[in-house]
Design a protein around this ligand. Structure first.
Ligand code: FES
Ligand SMILES: [Fe+2]
Length: 430
């Protein structure tokens, strides 16, 4: 059944939502696809070269529409679960002008609230920490971690109100695979699980649920789509990253799409098994399905539409991953990216801690000084308005698909959104 899906003549590989028990089978099928293409020295191509108007990156009106209709309407991956592991852990964020408060509940579930006191709108919390209740810093109203209003300051003077009608506004929230999604529209009718098209079940293969957060930082970048294009692109690896990753890096990727979410990985019949100083080359063609190691099954880059990229690394004697989270900035040519470095276990010895820092710092240099430095130059040149279109080749299917989905979802009505993802489920089930 999976093999039949892989054999689709147009190379349009589709996942199968709701198949959690079959996740490994799906991952193995992707690996077999990559091995077969690697052995044949081929890759999957998009049907045509695609042209994207340069204004998609530079027009302030397009940018405003994307903030409103993509970021304030679609589920966003707001934090890895390990950033808020314990009851009472909270984090306040501002996303496209929306103040968000995440708060781990007593029962371990995640709460997501509009970070605004229901008295006169002052944000209740800033930064992150641990609290069982939030007291507003303006007049002293108090809310429980589940959003209930429990205390009005000087109630005898304030006047009578029904406290149950003035709890914090809740956002839809969903946690799976060690990741937390929130939709910044309290009235959203789109189920977050539907939106993920089964992709979250595959992301479980990273096993983030039991991992820890080693470190995080935030970097400034160009327009969010200029920045995100780079995560969907292996074409640039041996050129832009010749001094860091090396000039002999493969520049081909096959793309596996689950709705708008795409995994990209290099077609190859070999994988490198990292074992500290003693790396070992695995011949995947010669291995049985049940021998394929977990880190081979998740190789490459896993993007989560519209703003997340996940890639595995090894440093400090542990499996690790960098989760990059992009948001639009204030202006059309600005974005910011939080890099979360998550690890299977905290490194123990000083040498391991240093090795993990070295790995994480290396990834900062690659992204800041190579990807984003280039993206900012590209952004500035595009802003001249003197080039009308940019190109995505047949080998750059990920970028093509990303821009098509962005345009489609930004233009969809609220009801269309629900229907689009219902249709994805039906198509994948065929
Ligand atoms: S705004 Fe929060 S108590 Fe007045
Ligand atoms: Fe890059």
């Amino acid at each position: 059944m999976i093999a039949a899906r892989l054999a689709k003549a147009d190379g349009a590989w589709r996942g199968h939502p709701g198949e959690s028990a079959m996740s490994r089978e799906t991952l193995v099928a992707m690996t077999r696809n990559l091995v077969a293409h690697g052995a044949a020295d081929t890759m999957e191509y998009a049907a045509d070269i695609v042209r994207v108007p340069a204004s998609a990156y530079t027009d302030p009106a397009v940018f405003e529409q994307e903030k409103q209709r993509i970021f304030r309407r679609l589920p966003l991956m707001v934090a890895p679960s390990c950033e808020l592991p314990d009851p009472g852990d909270f984090k306040a964020m501002d996303i496209c002008g929306v103040p968000l408060l995440l708060s781990r509940q007593k029962d371990g579930s995640m709460g997501a609230f509009l970070n605004m006191c229901t008295h006169r709108g002052n944000p209740l919390a800033a930064g992150c920490g641990n609290a069982s209740r939030f007291t507003c810093g303006y007049h002293g109203w108090t809310f429980k971690a589940d959003g209930d209003l429990i205390g009005v300051a000087s109630p005898q003077d304030f006047g009578k109100i029904d406290k149950s009608q003035h709890c914090l506004t809740k956002f839809p929230v969903y946690e799976n695979a060690g990741l937390i999604w929130v939709t910044l529209d309290p009235h959203s009718k789109l189920s977050i699980a539907d939106y993920l098209c089964g992709y979250d079940e595959l992301l479980k293969a990273f096993e983030f649920e039991g991992w820890t957060l080693f470190s995080q930082r935030t970097l400034a970048g160009p327009n969010w789509k200029t920045a995100y294009d780079g995560y969907l692109d292996f074409y640039h690896l041996p050129v832009l990253h010749k001094d860091t990753f090396g000039a002999d890096f493969y520049n081909r990727a096959n793309y596996f799409a689950f709705g708008p979410h795409q995994r990209l990985s290099t077609p190859s019949k070999f994988a490198i098994k990292v074992q500290g100083d003693d790396d070992q080359q695995l011949d995947l063609e010669a291995m049985a399905d049940d021998q394929l190691p977990q880190d081979v099954l998740v190789q490459g880059v896993w993007t989560i539409f519209p703003h997340i990229s996940i890639a595995s690394f090894y440093g400090g004697g542990q499996r690790g991953a960098m989760i990059s989270q992009l948001f639009p900035g204030e202006k059309v040519g600005e974005s910011y990216t939080t890099q979360f470095y998550v690890m299977e276990n905290q490194p123990e010895t000083p040498e391991q801690v240093q090795a993990a820092h070295d790995q994480f710092n290396f990834l900062e240099v690659v992204v800041r000084d190579e990807d984003y430095a280039t993206g900012k130059r590209q952004q500035q040149a595009l802003a001249s308005g003197l080039m009308k279109e940019v190109l995505f080749g047949r080998n750059e299917k990920g970028g093509q698909v990303f821009h098509q989905w962005t345009q489609r979802l930004a233009g969809a009505s609220d009801d269309d959104l629900v229907e689009i993802f219902a249709q994805e489920q039906r198509q994948a089930a065929e």
